[in-house]
Design a protein around this ligand. Structure first.
Ligand code: AMP
Length: 225
């Protein structure tokens, strides 16, 4: 049965980094609602302006819109073998919709929590920078680029900071996470689908932990393997 890999964790925990590695190495599409709405925010439509304002304030985009975007994206052909969700679900309504979607698509859901202590997240977010060309994620404190503020692979490009990673927005996002999203962890835990990985390890080690979890699940589902 193909799989929906749900990467859970607070903003700054490293979901995007892991989603990119999983996409590159397992060949499953990474579906990042944050990236999709950032791209939408750059278009010149009235909806774009609304989305941009919500994102820049660090608030959540209304469930109805997020749900429509995820339904649309996951209906595409490249999702047939499974997909990786990064930044979705974030509310109870989104989690309910995802259950329904998984049933309809005959996919098994695995939630993986990248666990990072709250007090470290602020630095992770304010230090985060990314390459405007390849999307590679760096961190000024924890994973600095080789040259000052330049991508290792695209030194012609200055790294960029997301507007919502600025100090004043980071608190709002962490509060929103605690209030709306953290309760979903209990739900996945109670239904036996939550796996935790230590988010303080290196990206490669965390990736190794995630792949181990995914492989163990395959063995449990198909004991004959
Ligand atoms: P992210 O890149 O996942 O940190 O998301 C950045 C911003 O996009 C969030 O702070 C929200 O404004 C918006 N966003 C992304 N995913 C969702 C979601 N599942 N529900 C509501 N808003 C979202």
């Amino acid at each position: 049965m193909s799989k929906i890999i749900v990467l859970m964790g607070a903003p700054g925990a490293g979901k995007g980094t892991q989603a990119r590695l999983l996409q590159q190495r397992l060949g499953l599409p990474q579906i990042s609602t944050g990236d999709m709405f950032r791209a939408l925010g750059e278009t010149k439509t009235p909806l774009a302006e609304e989305v941009r304002a919500i994102q820049q304030a660090g608030k959540l985009i209304p469930d109805e819109l997020v749900i429509r975007v995820v339904e649309d994206r996951t209906a595409k052909d490249d999702c047939r073998r499974g997909y990786i969700l990064d930044g979705f679900p974030r509310t109870a309504a989104q989690a309910e919709m995802l259950e329904e979607l998984a049933r309809r698509q005959l996919k098994k859901l695995s939630a993986i929590l990248i666990d990072v202590p709250l007090q470290l997240l602020e630095k992770r977010m304010t230090g985060r920078r990314s390459c405007p060309i390849c999307g590679e994620i760096y961190n000024l404190y924890f994973r600095p680029p080789k040259l000052d503020n330049k991508c290792d692979r695209h030194p012609e490009a200055e790294l960029i900071q997301r507007t919502d990673d600025r100090q004043e927005k980071v608190r709002v996002r962490l509060e929103t996470y605690e209030r709306e999203t953290a309760p979903l962890l209990d739900y996945y835990q109670h239904t036996g689908r939550l796996h935790r990985v230590d988010g303080l390890r290196s990206p490669e080690e965390i990736y190794g932990d995630i792949v181990k979890i995914l492989n163990e699940e395959v063995v449990r589902t198909n004991p004959a393997n």
